[in-house]
Design a protein around this ligand. Structure first.
Ligand code: MSP
Length: 656
């Protein structure tokens, strides 16, 4: 009954450009969306969670060309990384949309045609300053530099004057309607500071928006006028309707549109809070309840982005400890609207303090005592005393406050609430010292009450925290001997004394092993495959060849694609004295690889050289630079030596 009376919930992330591989910033938005999706499901709401990739436009066209690939081939390759990351973060979207999908392209063409027929789209001539990397025309208020050019205010790069025949969207007609909507829906843009920013931008006046390009080939063709492609933002924003069934699944669309919350970061606020609602009004669709703008993850105080080359690879953390610690850290560390500076030290500190110590130890202590003192099943407890009642009350209050914080998307506060409760339970155990109660059989009913209170607290905690750390919550659930899935708990029915307690608990395994910071940081640099090198020392043979690794079959070996590569560009990686960035030719395509040989070879020494690379190695980000393969080198002591081909071998030839 309860389930049906609640409105459906639809959450979206921006669709990510496939011009580079995903980083912590992308992971962040997807994790917020997944957490909200899981919370709303546990609140008894029907949920649709959409994420995906933005695959058209000049940026992607350019990235593909740089790799010598057709844009679709390039997009197919990169999208796999986004799909994998989504899974590896334990995120479970209901649909992963790609803007190159037919269902999307058709939907966008239909929406375009409708607006053309209505007169909200018309043909004209546009001349203006255009930022190529950002694919956006600069607004009139951007001042001219001394040399007469304009600089893109978002990325700081030079814009170009572009003049072309174009279709315009009649944005000017929506200025007042947008202002009226902001005034009557103060939660439309959150937080409030972003709403103020948007309102004052719109008050400043809106000009009609050029929404087609003749200069960009990689885009959805304008129906009936294929010399034009649809501007990537008009195309991309409509994923939020095509992804949820527009023109394809009317029942799905009717159930979930308008979106409940559209998550974005501040770099794309104007697109989502001005253009997007205007497009929707023009098409006659209701507007989303909320565009929620979160802050940026920074690295060394600068926004993490591909163009700045300071991106952090989420796999450094995922490989070491799975998705939950990263999910926890990103949501706990900064309030959702603010910027946060990412540091591995802060990450490890939190994992050790909050997860391993506070929660992990509580789980293992409580369950170990239940197993040791009562063979795993808590007997009928003695009466509840004030200290026990305080914990019950604390849980009920924590539950109410946690749910309220989830509902207002304040996920760091959710975790503050839950951890305050965990601290209270730890204190309760310390104060009531079950290990002392155990010594006197007369106190065993009291011991049972204390351990039962601890187990009920853990059960409640597992449910409340499940949207954030789903895998660990499920483990706690199972250790407690609870049947089924914690994700199937409905918060409305979650009480402190739920049936189920009293069943046998299982032996817990450490939930979050403590991480040694030094060891972790050493591991972090590992993908660089950087041998420690020192030019002063001569090469010495490696330790005698005891077979350190098991024998492999020929089939194992044949899985590797070894090919001859030719170096066509070589530069140092800034800030990493051991690394070189190489552009290599593989005959069929060009690639970029990062090699830890800068202390033995200068870039000039490698230019024009041919050597062997593993061409089908999973790409990795090394010190913020993407590496799409690995060269083979001998590593002896602290030196490396690359075997170069002396003979004239064809570039790309297979090595067997
Ligand atoms: N393709 C457009 C969005 C179109 S939506 C219709 C785009 N793509 S993007 O790949 O650049 O991703 C932008 C989004 O990724 C941000 O809005 C944010 O959600 C996330 N982030 C990218 N870098 C980020 C940080 N450094 N920090 C936090 N989030 C970041 O813009």
């Amino acid at each position: 009954m309860e389930k049906k009376s609640k409105p459906p919930f639809y959450v979206t992330t921006p669709i990510y450009y496939v011009n580079g591989i995903p980083h912590i910033g992308h992971a962040y938005t997807t994790i917020i969306a997944d957490t909200l999706s899981r919370f709303m499901k546990m609140s008894g709401r029907e949920v649709f969670f959409l994420t995906g990739t933005d695959e058209h436009g000049q940026k992607v066209e350019k990235a593909a060309a740089e790799h010598g690939l057709d844009p679709q081939v390039w997009a197919d390759r990169v999208v796999a990384r986004f799909v994998d990351l989504t899974k590896d973060l334990a995120c479970e979207p209901d649909f992963f949309i790609r803007t190159t999908m037919e269902l999307h392209e058709k939907g966008v063409q239909k929406l375009f045609l409708n607006l053309l027929q209505k007169g909200d789209i018309y043909k004209g001539e546009y001349k203006g300053w255009y930022c190529v990397p950002d694919e956006t025309f600069l607004t009139e208020d951007v001042p001219q530099e001394k040399d007469g050019t304009k600089i893109c205010p978002d990325c700081g790069r030079k814009a170009q004057v572009v003049s072309e025949e174009t279709y315009f969207f009649r944005l000017s007609a929506y200025q007042q309607k947008l202002l009226d909507h902001y005034a009557s829906h103060p939660q439309f843009v959150r937080p409030q500071s972003r709403m103020n920013e948007v309102t004052s931008f719109v008050r400043g006046g809106l000009k009609d928006l050029s929404i087609t390009r003749t200069t960009v080939k990689w885009g959805i063709p304008v129906p009936g006028d294929p010399a034009h492609t649809i501007y990537v933002w008009f195309d991309a924003l409509h994923n939020y309707v095509t992804g949820v069934g527009y023109d394809r699944d009317p029942a799905l669309f009717a159930k979930f549109w308008p979106a409940s919350v559209q998550l974005i970061a501040k770099d794309i606020l104007r697109f989502h809070a001005v253009f997007w609602p205007a497009f929707l009004m023009a098409s006659g669709f209701p507007l989303p309840d909320c565009v929620f703008c979160h802050g940026w993850w920074l690295k060394d105080e600068a926004k993490m982005s591909k163009s700045k080359g300071n991106v952090l690879d989420p796999y450094v953390m995922l490989r070491a400890m799975g998705p939950d610690p990263l999910r926890y850290f990103l949501l706990r560390e900064v309030p959702i609207g603010l910027d946060g500076n990412f540091s591995h030290e802060a990450f490890i500190r939190r994992v050790n303090a909050d997860l391993a110590n506070d929660l992990g130890n509580l789980v293992s202590r409580a369950l170990t005592m239940i197993r040791n003192y009562f063979a795993g099943t808590i007997p009928e407890p003695g009466p509840e005393e004030p200290a026990d009642a305080d914990i019950r009350k604390a849980f009920e209050e924590t539950k109410a406050r946690t749910i309220a914080q989830y509902e207002s998307y304040a996920l760091n506060k959710v975790l503050e609430e839950i951890w305050a409760f965990i601290t209270a339970v730890n204190k309760y155990l310390a104060d009531n010292a079950p290990w002392k109660l155990h010594k006197d059989p007369a106190l065993h009913p009291r011991l049972a009450r204390v351990l039962r209170t601890a187990a009920a607290s853990l059960r409640g905690t597992a449910a409340l925290v499940a949207p954030v750390i789903p895998g660990s919550a499920q483990k706690i659930w199972e250790y407690l001997g609870e049947p089924g899935n914690v994700r199937d708990v409905c918060f409305d029915g979650l009480t402190f004394d739920s049936p189920g307690l009293g069943q046998a608990v299982r032996a817990p395994e450490p939930l979050f092993p403590r991480v040694d910071l030094q060891a972790f940081l050493a591991e972090e640099t590992k993908p660089a495959k950087e041998p420690a090198m020192d030019e002063q020392k001569p090469m010495t043979p490696e330790q005698p060849a005891a077979p350190a690794k098991p024998l492999v079959t020929y089939d194992d070996f044949a899985k590797m694609e070894l090919r001859v590569a030719h170096v066509i560009e070589a530069v140092k990686v800034e800030g990493a004295k051991k690394l070189l960035k190489l552009r290599i030719d593989l005959g069929t395509e060009q690639r970029q690889i990062v090699a830890g040989v800068a202390e033995t070879y200068t870039p000039e020494q490698l230019l024009g050289k041919k050597f062997i690379v593993i061409a089908n190695l999973q790409p990795a980000v090394i010190r913020g630079v993407e590496s799409q393969g690995m060269l083979l080198a001998a590593v002896a002591g602290d030196k490396s030596a690359i075997p170069f081909f002396e003979a004239d071998v064809p570039v790309g030839a297979k090595v067997k």
